[in-house]
Design a protein around this ligand. Structure first.
Ligand code: FMN
Length: 211
């Protein structure tokens, strides 16, 4: 982060556009962050555009020494390099995540595999990078029935862990799960939470920029 300038990375992982609730919550979050941090830049990463998967050729290219990589290797790695650089550049990440089959959408898992590109063949919790500066994550979690923190929620803990692993230090969750039960109150609570999280995150960023 340069003085008084933040990069906000928004990642959408719902496979629908029209009527997508996680995207509406992401709109509200990014707009609130930008209101509080008017000099910030917003990067949009919509995973419906397609994310490559780890393949045998990708793995071989990844473990090849950078200087020995062929043009084909570099082309295979280009998306993971770009997605990784985008995540590294972000001071704040807004991750909009609908629960799919009790976990995260496959496209989001593919994004994780691309961003964690340095950990081919050997990720352990101990290989977590030491963060150089505070980086904020805001997870917007939606579902119809699966409730955040319940026994059948395999999304929340993974997301919190992997965002720390990627280098984010302050993890915030907006719980908009259980939409089928009482959509109006779930959304009202989510919007209240978005306002308070965005104000806190923005004030931390402004304070850090002033230091
Ligand atoms: C493939 C698929 C799997 C889903 N699995 C679950 C699930 O396990 N539990 C649940 O409560 N809702 C499930 N849903 C519903 C979505 O979580 C819900 O529609 C979504 O959170 C709303 O966000 P969106 O409007 O941004 O897509 C699933 C939806 C899809 C498309």
């Amino acid at each position: 982060m340069s003085v008084n300038h933040q990069t906000i990375l928004r990642v959408d992982s719902s496979m629908r556009h029209g009527g997508s609730i996680s995207r509406l919550l992401a709109d509200a979050t990014v707009s609130e962050l930008h209101k509080n941090l008017p000099n910030s830049t917003v990067l949009l990463r919509d995973l419906t555009a397609g994310v490559g998967h780890v393949s045998s050729a990708w793995r071989e290219a990844r473990i090849e020494a950078p200087k020995s990589r062929s043009a084909e290797d570099r082309a295979l790695l280009a998306q993971s390099e770009a997605l990784g650089a985008e995540a590294e550049s972000a001071d704040i990440i807004v991750l909009a995540v609908p629960i799919y089959n009790f976990s995260i959408p496959a496209a989001l898992k593919a994004w994780v595999d691309m961003v964690c590109r340095k950990n081919v063949d050997g990720a352990t919790a101990q290989t977590k990078p030491s963060p150089k500066k505070p980086k904020h994550a805001i997870i917007l979690l939606t579902s119809n029935h699966t409730l955040a923190g319940a026994n059948d929620d395999f999304a929340s803990e993974f997301l919190k862990f992997i965002l720390i692993f990627i280098g984010f230090t302050e993890i915030n969750v907006v719980d908009a799960t259980g939409l089928a039960n009482d959509k109006a109150s779930v959304l009202a609570n989510a919007h209240d939470k978005i306002l308070s999280i965005c104000q806190t995150v923005a004030s931390h960023e402004i304070y850090a920029a002033a230091e």
